[in-house]
Design a protein around this ligand. Structure first.
Ligand code: LMR
Length: 398
């Protein structure tokens, strides 16, 4: 008898699979706009200097590899909570919010999903249409009922009215997943007035917001990107926030993130965190130490923090310039108007509006890799090859 005989093959991950296909492509002018990693002018995903320096200190000063606690590195979680909620957040001084360290932002989402499944049984979760593909599978795997609210219209533009209308009809008490900034995959972010209107609907329907905050610092700036998160955290008694250090600290493979919980009072925070620790124990036992120690080392040192802020700002500005540059490169092809939204979107990603067939042609004929939905990782672009990309786009759009 074969134990594994009945096991079928499943397709590879649509985003990580692109990384492998790109690596295997021998084309000398290939272009990887697939997975969301930042690349510099040399096409490398750099390790920020601040991270390198913090790592050097860590190697010298680290005295043990014993486990860190269930909620992770206390210095890391304290600093990260301030980064997300604000240095003088009343929630933190009142003991109504805290962070639990997780393996990356995905780990934070999984912990949130299991928390909802275990402790808030019967609640559905509502995702933007479209959203990051892993949101779809992760919450379904955790056994949650997954629904969608519209986000982008047929014209490939943000449709706030449709979103609000749908949110206003959600079952009372359900969970709504919101992207704090740099919406993945579209790059379309809500404006401040839109956020205030969403907040009103969330209050009226008594929804629990789960805010995915994976790109802090890649949109308008570190503090500006936290605006909506802080608005919700201050206006509502209960909020869940997932935070990632993958992009803003360049720590992708170190799997560094956190789940922040905001509660009505300290007692409830302790209750909720006891559940999180119990759930995490069954998922990954205790979180990985290295990335969190690096982030703690940076945020706890004024000089390193200043250096990191500079480096983060440079990454953000470079992506904004690439967006603008691509639209300019498309102008000679008569496509600047059609792709004007690329310069208006925020963060790493652009929902280009290219169809799956056009994306496939870009890959087959020009070795340009992007996600089938038409999502391009603008942060993977190379300023010296914008004309090459624009020409390829023009060919598939002709
Ligand atoms: C992406 O969407 O490309 C990133 O969030 C990386 C990932 O894990 O998919």
């Amino acid at each position: 008898m074969s134990h594994f005989g009945q096991i079928a093959r499943v397709p590879g991950d649509p985003i990580l699979g692109l990384m492998e296909a790109f690596r295997a492509d021998p084309h000398p002018a290939k272009l990887d706009l697939g997975v969301g990693v930042y690349k510099d002018a040399q096409g490398q995903t750099p390790i920020p200097q601040a991270v390198k320096l913090a790592e050097q200190r860590l190697v010298e000063r680290e005295t043990t590899k014993s486990y860190i606690g269930g909620h992770g590195d206390a210095l890391f979680t304290a600093h990260l909570a301030k980064l997300v909620l604000g240095a003088d957040s009343a929630l933190l001084t009142d003991g109504r919010a805290a962070a639990s360290q997780t393996p990356g932002g995905t780990g934070a989402l999984r912990l949130a999903a299991d928390f909802i499944g275990h402790c808030l049984a019967g609640r559905g979760i509502w995702l933007s249409d479209p959203t990051w593909p892993i949101h779809e599978t992760l919450f379904a795997e955790a056994g949650l009922r997954v629904g969608h609210y519209p986000y982008v219209g047929a014209d490939n533009r943000l449709d706030v009215e449709a979103m609000l209308e749908a949110l206003a009809r959600l079952p009372q008490g359900d969970v709504v997943l919101l992207h704090a900034c740099c919406h993945n995959p579209t790059g379309f972010d809500l404006g401040q007035d839109d956020w205030r209107r969403v907040l009103e609907v969330v209050k009226a329907r008594e929804l629990l917001p789960l805010i995915d905050f994976a790109y802090q610092g890649f949109g308008a700036g570190l503090e500006q990107d936290a605006w909506a998160v802080r608005l919700f955290a201050e206006a509502l008694p209960e909020v869940l926030i997932t935070s990632s250090c993958s992009k803003n600290f360049g720590l992708y493979r170190e799997r560094t993130g956190a789940l922040l919980v905001c509660t009505a009072d300290t007692e409830k925070l302790v209750d909720v965190r006891s559940q999180l620790a119990a759930i995490a124990r069954n998922l990954w036992s205790t979180p990985p130490a290295h990335g969190a120690a690096v982030v703690a080392g940076i945020l706890d040192d004024a000089e390193l923090k200043a250096l990191w802020l500079q480096e983060l700002d440079a990454m953000r500005q470079r992506v904004a310039r690439l967006r603008q540059g691509l639209v300019e490169a498309l102008a000679p092809h008569g496509l600047a108007g059609r792709f004007a939204h690329v310069a208006e979107q925020r963060g790493m990603f652009s929902y280009t509006g290219l169809t799956p067939a056009q994306v496939q042609r870009l890959r087959d004929e020009f070795s340009v890799y992007m996600v089938g939905s038409g999502r391009a990782n603008v942060a993977g672009l190379d300023a010296s090859r914008l004309d090459q990309l624009a020409a390829a786009i023009a060919r598939v759009c002709a």
